[in-house]
Design a protein around this ligand. Structure first.
Ligand code: SAH
Length: 238
C-alpha cells in the first residue's frame, strides 16, 4: 500500500468521506497522468502534494458544499486529462458521467483510465461544446454540467447551459476572479435561461483562493444558442 497520508489529511480538512479503495484509485490516476504527461501536455503540476491539492482536492471541492447529488447525470465540459470528471466519478460512483473535449488524444488517455479502473456509467465524447449542445441526445439532457479552466464565465455559460435540463445546474470552478467574471457574465447567463444567486468562496487547504459559481437553469435555452463554434469565445453574449 502507498502512503496516502497527504491526501487523507486534505480530505479530512475538507470533511469529505473516503475509503482506502478510493485513495488507491486516486493514486493510480496520479501515476497514469504523470506517465502520460511525459509524451502529452496534460498538466504543469507534477509534484505529488501539489497534484493532490490543486487537482484532486480542487476537483472534489463541490462535495464540501453538498451541491452535487449522487445519482445526478453529469457532463464535464472540457475535461482535458479528466478534471474534474475522473475524481468526481471515483467519489460519486452512482452518478453517470459524460466527459467531453475537443482534443481527441486527451480523451484516449481518459478512456484508458476508465478501462483500467473498470469504471461504469462514464463515457467520453469528442467534439466542441458548441456543436454537441445542439444534438438532441445531449441537449438539456443533464442534471449538472461542471467545468474547470476552460473559458471565462460569460463564454462558458453559452457553452454549457444548453446541456442542462431546466431545474438543473451548472457549476463553474474558478480561482479568485470568479465574482468579477460573474458580473461580466450576467447577460449571457440570463439569455441562456439561467440565473445565479449561489457563490462559494473558499480556500484550498494551503490557502489558495477558489470560487465555485453555481448557476441555476430556470428556463429552456433558446434554440439559436450556443452560436457556432468559435463565436462564444470571440464575443460573449451581452
Ligand atoms: N478541465 C481540465 C482541462 C482544462 S484545459 C482541467 O481542469 O485540467 C481546457 C480544455 O478544454 C482543453 O482540453 C480543451 O481542449 C477543452 N476545450 C476548450 N474549448 C472547448 C470547447 N469549445 N468544446 C469542448 N472542449 C473544449
Amino acid at each position: 500500500m502507498r502512503n496516502n497520508t497527504y491526501l487523507k489529511n486534505l480530505l479530512q480538512k475538507m470533511e469529505i468521506l473516503y475509503t482506502e479503495d478510493k485513495l488507491e484509485q486516486i493514486y493510480d490516476f496520479y501515476e497514469m497522468v504523470i506517465e502520460k504527461n511525459k509524451v502529452m501536455n496534460l498538466t504543469s503540476i507534477t509534484d505529488h502534494d501539489d497534484f493532490m491539492k490543486k487537482h484532486i482536492a480542487d476537483s472534489l471541492a463541490p462535495l464540501m458544499f453538498h451541491v452535487i447529488h449522487e445519482g445526478d447525470r453529469i457532463l464535464d465540459l472540457g475535461t482535458g486529462g479528466g478534471f474534474p470528471g475522473i475524481p468526481l466519478k471515483i467519489f460519486l460512483p452512482e452518478s453517470e458521467f459524460l466527459l467531453i473535449d475537443s482534443v481527441n488524444k486527451k480523451l484516449d488517455f481518459v478512456q484508458t483510465v476508465i478501462d483500467t479502473f473498470g469504471l461504469q456509467d462514464i463515457y467520453v465524447l469528442h467534439g466542441r461544446a458548441e456543436d454537441l449542445a445542439h444534438k438532441p441526445e445531449y441537449r438539456e439532457g443533464y442534471d449538472l454540467v461542471v467545468s474547470r479552466a476552460v473559458a471565462n464565465l460569460a463564454t462558458l455559460s453559452e457553452l454549457s447551459l444548453g446541456f442542462v435540463k431546466p431545474g438543473g445546474q451548472f457549476i463553474s470552478y474558478k480561482g479568485s476572479s470568479g465574482v468579477e467574471e460573474l458580473k461580466e457574465a450576467e447577460a449571457a447567463v440570463d439569455q441562456m435561461g439561467g440565473s445565479c444567486d449561489n457563490v462559494f468562496e473558499y480556500s484550498l487547504p494551503d490557502g489558495d483562493p477558489r470560487t465555485l459559481i453555481i448557476i441555476q437553469k430556470e428556463r429552456s435555452t433558446p434554440r439559436k444558442y450556443p452560436r457556432k463554434a468559435g463565436t462564444p469565445s470571440k464575443s460573449h453574449l451581452k
